[in-house]
Design a protein around this ligand. Structure first.
Ligand SMILES: [Zn+2]
Length: 525
């Protein structure tokens, strides 16, 4: 490893002559099996199944909200498919989650003074309207408890618009984009020291959640027909998540809907003119509390001389409900399933056992991967570890949408950098050149990192992830980029192959200390 002081000089040199930005870590000299790389590329580029897998997980079986009947059917398909490929030990591992939920019917209409259809979605884990309901709309923006007094006693049986009118801006910037050389250069630089977790943001989040509970309580007491919020974003794109809880003992909440901002604003502006507006909603939602266990899907490719050691790869299988969870995260699940298929079909020989895990409960707080780690490797709260923890070389995760892999977040693991720099060499021609010492958060590799197992998330081109598809009704198959998906499956299969065949386990960071207990922990991306 070169001394860090050479960094500014080397980086300056690299940039001035247009060399790749990952030059700050000298690749290790370990052997690369280019024959295996060729076999993997051939299988992944000439016989790709990744978009077929994606279409089944989305068009046919999407969405996959945790513990919903749809998710169970999608899982049955994935299990059968992987058994059909000849993967070993394909099974579901249950863990305690809570009740399932599904929306079976949703109609939203403006009735008067003009009749027009509304783009809107019910929030997960909320009740329906118990048949079609036609009622008056009220514009009642509420942002603090002080606002309750203004509307108390006036909202019974009405559709209540609680968000203030927001003016969407015109789109002068493209919604989709790829990382530029400059973006990757900045990303490869270490973060400014001393930047801890954003305490102010955490407090704001907790205050908002506490207010939402009081607001739900007030609206339930008022006996509203349903609550309507306007969505972030625009162009008919609606971003919607949960409005209740999977906990069967959770307090009741009112029916809740998120509406496209353009439609929401039309109603609110009409109401501001003191012109009555009548709406009709027919929302049929069902709760499933017979089986409160969800599960993770697991499949393996047996190793040979080092079969007792394991390389893991995974992605979350669950999604939100208004689209089909195409980029979040059928894209990651399909790439990981395809990587397993490629390793199997290409016939490359694995020394360590390769284990795939498709998690559920990620959107609700990384619940599935946390349950798996607790069951197999150890307890991050006490750092009491199980023997299997020492047998896992690494865990690789994909959960940043459909975009092409451009590098790896090292999650603070310096020692692995030269090795990854070496493994990236065969993929420079696919645009993968960047390593960064930075952490990245909010997804399942964190569950492994928390018990000292090297867990990595890849750096991916953003495409339209934050601007269009992440948790929205437009998270659909058509937003998935086939070329990117094929590259990602080949790169993941290769990294897993390298980890499963090198002589040693991947180097680890020092074990994290048992954390001090905190009040709240939230997760899910
Ligand atoms: Zn996700």
């Amino acid at each position: 490893m070169r001394s860090r002081f050479a960094l500014p000089l080397a980086l300056g040199l690299a940039l001035s002559v247009g060399l790749p930005v990952a030059a700050q870590w000298t690749p290790s000299a370990e052997p690369l099996d280019l024959t295996a790389m060729h076999q993997i590329r051939t299988e992944g580029f000439e016989h790709s199944q990744v978009m077929t897998i994606e279409s089944y997980l989305t068009d046919v079986y999407g969405p996959r909200l945790t513990n919903s009947p749809d998710m169970r059917q999608a899982a049955d398909w994935a299990v059968k498919e992987m058994q059909g490929w000849g993967l070993a030990n394909v099974h579901e591992e249950p863990w305690p989650f809570g009740r399932g939920w599904a929306n079976d019917r949703f109609v939203a209409l403006a009735v008067s003074p003009r009749a027009y259809p509304l783009i809107a979605y019910t929030k997960a884990w909320t009740p329906g309207t118990n048949g079609p309901v036609t009622a008056e709309a009220v514009y009642a923006p509420m942002e603090s408890e002080a606002d309750f007094a203004r509307y108390r006693g006036t909202l019974k049986g009405k559709f209540v618009l609680i968000s203030p009118i927001r003016d969407p801006e015109a789109h002068f910037e493209p919604q989709g984009r790829r990382f530029t050389r400059d973006d990757l250069q900045k990303l490869s630089m270490a973060p400014e020291p001393g930047q801890g977790p954003n305490e102010a943001l955490r407090r704001m989040f907790l205050a908002r959640r506490a207010f939402n509970e009081k607001l739900n309580h007030f609206l339930l007491d008022e006996g509203v027909a349903a609550v309507i919020e306007s969505s972030r974003g625009d162009d008919g794109t609606v971003f919607v998540q949960s409005g209740g809880s999977q906990d069967p003992k959770a307090p009741p909440v009112p029916a809740q809907v998120v509406m496209a901002v353009e439609h929401y604003n039309r109603i609110a502006r009409t109401l501001e003119k003191k012109i009555p507006v009548t709406l009709q909603f027919d929302i049929r939602n069902a709760f499933y509390d017979k089986d409160l266990n969800s599960f993770n899907i697991v499949a393996e490719l047996p190793g040979t001389d080092k079969a007792d050691q394991v390389v893991m790869l995974g992605a979350h299988f669950d999604s939100w409900h208004s689209g089909t969870g195409a980029t979040d995260n059928a894209a990651g699940s399909a790439v990981m399933m395809e990587a397993m298929r490629i390793l199997k079909e290409s016939g490359v020989k694995l020394r360590r056992t390769v284990r795939l895990a498709l998690w559920t409960g990620e959107e609700e707080g990384l619940l599935g991967s946390k349950a798996y780690v607790l069951q197999h490797f150890g307890d991050p709260k006490t750092m009491a570890l199980k023997p299997e923890q020492a047998q896992v070389s690494a865990y690789f995760n994909v959960d940043n949408g459909t975009g092409a892999i451009r590098g790896v977040y090292l999650q603070g693991n310096e020692a692995v950098a030269p090795i990854f720099a070496r493994w990236m060499e065969p993929f420079h021609d696919l645009g993968m050149r960047t390593l960064t010492i930075r952490n990245t958060g909010g997804t399942d590799h964190l569950s492994f990192d928390a018990v000292g197992i090297p867990g990595f998330q890849f750096i991916q081109d953003p495409i339209e992830y934050q601007t269009r598809t992440h948790h929205s009704n437009m998270d659909l198959y058509d937003r998935v980029q086939p070329g990117d998906m094929m590259k990602n499956a080949v790169i993941v299969a290769s990294f897993v192959y390298d980890a499963a065949t090198r002589d040693d386990l991947l180097p680890r960071k020092p074990l994290p200390p048992a954390p001090k207990p905190t009040t709240t922990q939230q997760g899910g991306r």
